[in-house]
Design a protein around this ligand. Structure first.
Ligand code: ZN
Length: 458
C-alpha cells in the first residue's frame, strides 16, 4: 500500500512558535515532466494561507526541479508546483511555514488562518498542507516536539498525537490542528480544545457541546465516534465559527459575553455542517442548502430535544427574520451574492436567511401535502444517505426528493428563493409552534422601508 508520512516539527522561541517544518515522504509519487506535483492554497475566500517557504523536492535521483504558477479558482487562489522532470520512486517534500498573527481589526473571516495564539498555533490543514493530486494511499501524521517546551501537544481532528488515516491526504487538509500548550476536555474520540484559558466556564461549554453532538448524531444517523471542536481567542470585536470535516473552530473575544446560552446556537450551527450538503460547484449554487439546513437544525434539534425552550427558539427565528428581511442586499440572486460575498459581508448572510425560511416553508408544505406523514427531515436524511453512498447531489436531486417524498413540486418556490425574489415565511413552518404576521420595517444601513415579519408563540 502506498503511503505518505507527514512530520510536523514546530520551533519555539520567545514564547511563541516561530515556524513549523513540514516533511512529507511519499512511497511513490509518479509525476510526469510538466505535470503538477502539488498545489498550495494561497488564499481561501478572503483569508491567506501560510506561505510554503524553502520548498525542496527530491526523489531517488536527487533534486526534482519545479516551476510555479498561480491560478484563481474562486474562492480559492492556488500556487501550483509543476515538476520540471519526471519523478522516480519515493518522493520527499520539505518546506517550512511561518504562522501568522490573529487578525486584530475588522470582522473575523472564516477560521482559515494558521495563526499563533498563546505560545501555540491553530488552524486548518488546508492553510499549511498542500494538495497532492498524484497521491493515493494511507497518510501517517507524526509530531516532532524536540524543539518545543515540555508538555507541548499536537492535536488534529483525527486524533491526539500521531495518527494514521486510511485514504487520501485530503482528510488531513480538511482537519483542524492545534499545537503547543493545548488544553482540552475529552471523552473517547470527542474532544474540545483551546490554547488560551478563557475567563468563562469553558468546561460547561464543552459539556454542552458533547451532549449536543450525541443528539445530532442520533438525528443524522451517524455512528462515527470522531468529533473535535477547537476554540480560538479572537482579537477582533466579533467572533464566529467555521466547520470542516468532523470538526469546527469557533472564536470568542473580550468584547462579547460567553455563556452556554449565548453560544449554543453558533455551536449547533457549526455542528450541523458535518452532515447535510449538496455539491457546491460552481461556488454558491447550493450554499442556500448547507447554510439553510445549518440554521434550521441549529434551532429545531435543540428545541425538539429540550435543550432550548420555545421562547429561546422564537428569539432565534425572529433574529433571522429581522436580519434577512431588512438586509439591503436581499434582492441579489444566489450566484450574485456568492460573487460579492467576501467584499460585502451583508451578501454573505443571504444564503443563511433565504435558506432557512425556504426550508421551513417547504417543511410546512410537505407536512400539509402528506397529512403529517413526511417532512423536510425525510428529504434531508434521504439526501444524506445518498451522500454517504457516494452520489453526487445537487439542486435537482433536492427538488426530486421533495417531489418523491413530499408529493409536491417546489421548483417555482425554489427559483424565487435563488433569484432573490420576495417570499413570506409560512405560519405552519418551524413545527407549527408559532404565529407570524407581516410588519413594516426599515432596511439595515439604508433606512429604506421594508416588509418584515413578527413571530409569536402559538
Ligand atoms: Zn454555516
Amino acid at each position: 500500500m502506498n503511503a505518505c508520512r507527514v512530520t510536523l516539527t514546530p520551533y519555539a522561541g520567545n514564547g511563541e512558535i516561530l515556524r513549523v517544518d513540514v516533511a512529507m515522504v511519499f512511497d511513490a509519487l509518479p509525476v510526469q515532466a510538466g505535470q503538477t506535483l502539488l498545489r498550495a492554497q494561497l488564499n481561501t475566500v478572503s483569508v491567506p494561507g501560510a506561505d510554503m517557504e524553502k520548498v525542496w523536492v527530491t526523489d531517488c535521483e536527487g533534486q526534482v526541479p519545479f516551476t510555479t504558477r498561480e491560478e484563481e479558482e474562486y474562492p480559492i487562489r492556488w500556487r501550483y508546483f509543476d515538476a520540471a522532470r519526471t519523478t522516480r520512486g519515493s518522493v520527499t517534500l520539505r518546506y517550512t511555514v511561518t504562522p501568522c498573527e490573529r487578525p486584530d481589526h475588522g470582522r473575523h473571516g472564516p477560521y482559515f488562518e494558521f495563526a499563533r495564539e498563546n505560545g501555540g498555533v491553530s488552524g486548518p490543514g488546508l492553510a499549511f498542507l498542500p494538495d497532492v493530486p498524484g497521491f493515493t494511499g494511507d497518510t501517517f501524521l507524526h509530531w516532532d516536539f524536540a524543539r518545543m517546551p515540555a508538555n507541548s501537544r499536537g492535536v488534529c481532528t483525527w486524533g491526539e498525537g500521531d495518527v494514521r488515516l486510511a485514504g487520501t491526504l485530503d482528510s488531513l487538509r480538511q482537519a483542524y490542528f492545534s499545537l503547543g500548550p493545548v488544553q482540552s476536555v475529552t471523552e473517547g474520540e470527542f474532544g474540545f480544545y483551546w490554547l488560551t484559558e478563557p475567563a468563562f466556564d469553558v468546561r460547561a461549554l464543552a459539556t454542552f457541546t458533547k451532549k449536543l453532538f450525541g443528539i445530532m448524531q442520533r438525528f443524522f444517523r451517524d455512528d462515527k465516534a470522531v468529533y473535535r471542536v477547537f476554540m480560538r481567542h479572537d482579537l477582533t470585536e466579533s467572533s464566529g465559527g467555521t466547520a470542516l470535516e468532523r470538526s469546527y473552530m469557533f472564536g470568542w473575544n473580550h468584547h462579547q459575553t460567553v455563556t452556554v446560552a449565548e453560544k449554543q446556537n453558533l455551536l449547533a450551527h457549526e455542528m450541523v455542517h458535518n452532515w447535510p450538503r449538496l455539491k457546491d460547484q460552481p461556488y454558491g449554487v447550493t450554499t442556500w442548502y448547507s447554510e439553510g439546513t445549518a440554521e434550521y437544525y441549529s434551532i429545531m434539534i435543540p428545541l425538539r430535544s429540550g435543550l432550548i425552550t420555545k421562547e429561546q427558539a422564537l428569539l432565534e427565528i425572529q433574529k433571522r427574520t429581522d436580519a434577512y428581511y431588512t438586509n439591503p442586499t436581499r434582492r441579489l440572486s444566489n450566484m450574485e451574492a456568492a460573487r460579492v460575498a467576501w467584499q460585502d459581508r451583508r451578501a454573505q448572510r443571504l444564503s443563511y436567511g433565504r435558506g432557512v425560511f425556504f426550508l421551513a416553508n417547504t417543511d410546512a408544505k410537505i407536512r400539509k401535502a402528506t397529512e403529517g406523514k413526511a417532512s423536510i427531515d425525510d428529504v434531508v436524511l434521504y439526501l444524506l444517505e445518498q451522500d454517504r453512498l457516494g452520489a453526487t447531489l445537487g439542486n435537482e436531486t433536492f427538488l426530486e426528493a421533495v417531489q418523491n417524498m413530499g408529493g409536491i413540486d417546489v421548483r417555482a418556490d425554489w427559483q424565487r428563493m435563488c433569484d432573490g425574489d420576495a417570499f413570506a415565511p409560512l405560519e405552519d413552518s418551524f413545527d407549527g409552534l408559532f404565529t407570524v404576521t407581516e410588519t413594516e420595517a426599515v432596511e439595515a444601513d439604508t433606512g429604506k422601508a421594508a416588509v418584515s415579519y413578527r413571530w409569536a408563540v402559538r
